[in-house]
Design a protein around this ligand. Sequence first.
Ligand code: ATP
Length: 322
Amino acid sequence: KKRIGILTSGGDTPGMNAGIRSVVMAADAAGFSVMGITKGYAGLIEGRVDRIKTEDVAGIVEKGGTILKTARCEEFKTQEGQQKALQVIKAFDISGVVVIGGDGSFQGAKVLSHLGVPTIGIPGTIDNDLAYTDFTIGFDTAVNGVVGEMSRIRDTMNSHERVGVIEVMGNKCGDIALYAGIAGGAEHIIIPEVEFDIDYICDKIIGNRIKGNMTSIVLIAEGAGKGEAVANYMRAKAKLDAKAIVLGYIQRGGTPSAADRLRATSMGMRAVQLLEKGIGNRVVGIRDNKIIDEDIDEALSKELIFRKDLYDEFKIMSENMQ
Ligand code: ATP
């Protein structure tokens, strides 16, 4: 029986388990067995490899995190580390690998492919910062989580007539703030893709307070700056009672959304189809609601497309909010 290896790497995201499950099911149906590699490339180098059977993935679709654990591994960036990994792959007779992770992890997938082990990447990051795919696995869950926290924060901000400045993740990408800002009804968003004018935001908030809307929620993407700095400025310069809230790791946890589970499942299936044909050095994604696969270098050379259309919609609402 041919053997496929699977690992998760980089930051964990909700939906990775749905991807693992899908790969195991699809491989089983295709007559392959699956070897789970624990703790990403670090575990690969250490030989932490165990068979995963279909019964091992029962019930994991609803679980956040990754049953295979994840890690960052500097050693795998060295030739020595890569050769150790290759020996392990050979020892376990693995003929193809699926890597679920972000762009760094995809560099590793490229290395394995070039060493003669066809490897397929599935985009796992909450940041949605991979240009070749409309959505990464985990992003939708993170956005839903932020929207939930926004309404809890709004309750207490409302009671005190405060301004809540909520800092969200996203690395250099503003998508979490943009999508959650629209869905959660933020008054303002600050994202790295658009220049912002803090004095304009303060004036708007003060204007709204005069009109009777005493509370505002400002979402700031971590790539655009620190929530604490924005709140400090608002307090010092505009006399606003602003509180900074950093959501942090809450955004990475929790049961995955249906959309993330569905996408991870379809992407896992595509990854196995490619490996069945011995095809590697590709990443799977979703574009215009269709599952796609693309050469790793081509995928990673694309520029992130900013959803200006969504931002423009946000502006219309933000400017008309009372
Ligand atoms: P996240 O979205 O959480 O940042 P990521 O996959 O981009 O996810 P990284 O920490 O950049 O996270 O990369 C994960 C791992 O991939 C690294 O720790 C390393 O083991 C491997 N990796 C990254 N870059 C390379 C590279 N150039 N060559 C080989 N392996 C790499």
